[in-house]
Design a protein around this ligand. Sequence first.
Ligand code: 6R9
Length: 651
Amino acid sequence: MAPERETQETLSNLLREDRRFEPPADLAAAANVTAEAYEEAARDRLGFWERAAERLTWAQRWDTTLDWQPPFAKWFVNGKLNVAYNCVDRHVEAGNGDKVAYHWEGEPGDSRTITYADLQKEVSKAANALTELGVGKGDRVAIYMPMIPELPVSLLACARIGAIHSVVFGGFSATALRSRIDDADAKLVITADGGYRRGAPSALKPTVDEAVKDCESVEHVLVVRRTGQDVEQNERDVWWHDVVERQSDQHTPEPHDAEDPLYILYTSGTTGKPKGILHTTGGYLTQASWTHHAVFDLKPETDIYWCTADIGWVTGHSYIVYGPLANGATSVIYEGTPDTPHRGRFWEIVQKYKVTILYTAPTAIRTFMKWGDDIPAKFDMSSLRVLGSVGEPINPEAYVWYRQHIGAGRTPVVDTWWQTETGAIMISPLPGITAAKPGAAMQPLPGIVADVIDDQAQSVPNGGGGFLVVREPWPSMLRTIWGDDQRYIDTYWSRFDGFYFPGDGAKKDEDGDLWLLGRVDDVMLVSGHNISTTEVESALVSHPKVAEAAVVGATDPVTTQAIVSFVILRGAADEGADIAKELRDHVAKTLGPIAKPRQILIVPELPKTRSGKIMRRLLRDVAENRSIGDVTTLADSSVMNLIAEKLPSAA
Ligand code: 6R9
């Protein structure tokens, strides 16, 4: 047997999952999108995206739908539209000015209700202020803010005047912020004195002060007062309440070209300098809004939608700001953490606003599992009708727990695969159509052509595993890496000629449905078998005592790599003397002896990026007794010490 074949079979034969969840009949009967959408898109892919684009309001219709000079795409060529007009003004003009755009919930318990008419005024004032500060079309604006209403207002104000925003997550250091300001040559930084996190004000302004020191491109720093903390007043600083509040609340949005840049968002990747992912106007908004309408079955008149991500990540850009607003949705925005002031905070918010659609991440779901079933059980969450997941592969056990304990066993769960680079959801079940399998992203959305290929770039048969690729351009695809076309080509389009390679492994099951297996860099090689970290982690999480698990391959003289697992136990679970043996045997029984971990370490926390993804690279350093590498993208750097302390008790 050739090694590649063996690889595929190993990948495909590990985890077996037979559970299926049919869509609820009432949801299916009234769904926004029916199975015909797949046929329609298969017959005429570009026509399908044209109809999706027609959901938006264009000042001038495009003349060519797609201009594809691989790997550079232009969508809706010569079309003109204004993103802020589409997200705000057109809803007011349609008579929906009194409709709530955002129910904003501050961490300390303060709240604000912002209607579409309010948003139109706020965005207009902010757009006028940006103009007064000398920001014009094509200029870059760095935004470093807590999750307060002025954050989406800032994005929309930039979009309105055609300035390019670059949001930097509020947890990043001054060095990280500075390198992003420099790379984009930003003219303005918008920030706040601070935000609330874990029950206390957390300062942001000092980080900005440090970042912009001696930085020539930045002309002004616009500061929102949120916490009332003391801030240093520098020459370039201006207060939001001085400059924005006195502006006129009238502003005429100019149409921009469909291919004018909308934003840059930096993604760190695994190594090297952060990549400034560039998104443009018409195609991005088309796919962000269509996917939000389709994947969440959004009914703008009745739904209350809540995406728990931070706007600092792409999920917040596409599914808190642009998608939902383009669709006229009513959304919830929450400023703080899920455990402040108590571990039921999310469920209290669901109950308070009668949230119907909830979109969160596997890392959060596994944390809630760890905290215990009794917490969500205390709240009335009968309003929920669709649940979503994004950010990492969702382990089948976490999926089933989410459906059961948050969705009362009624709600479909959509596992949505996509990236900063893809701009919008690419692979996902559709809640009124798909009989979903826990842990599977299922099928590419209508209009998306994705596949799993082997290292010879051949499509793998059902039952096979390999590399996920996208075969055709899509409207919300990144256009390039800011200022570095060559890196764009090298990173995404060079591994397989003519295909976009996102860097993820995947398998096709016997029905041809897709299962994401994590980053290909994380795949382990054990005695000649490729084993995915995701599958071993899912096997561990399927044990009743386990809340979370991270698995890495550590160099081993006999087996090339050996599986080392880091495990967090569930709240009430008792370690017991033989827990390591119990878990090793459980993995062997679930996946087969080849996947049995050499070592199981019980740890209190796992190292995660600030967006909640497990950093296996650091765990590999631990497993191979190396000094620990670069921890600057880690959310909490003390975690590595907690893990190191656990090493002597290694099983
Ligand atoms: C939206 C977002 C992208 C990477 C991606 C993949 C992982 C995201 C996933 C998933 C399995 C899912 N990922 N969603 N893996 N199933 N449903 O997270 O963007 O921060 O750029 O990360 O996240 O590895 O390549 P981004």
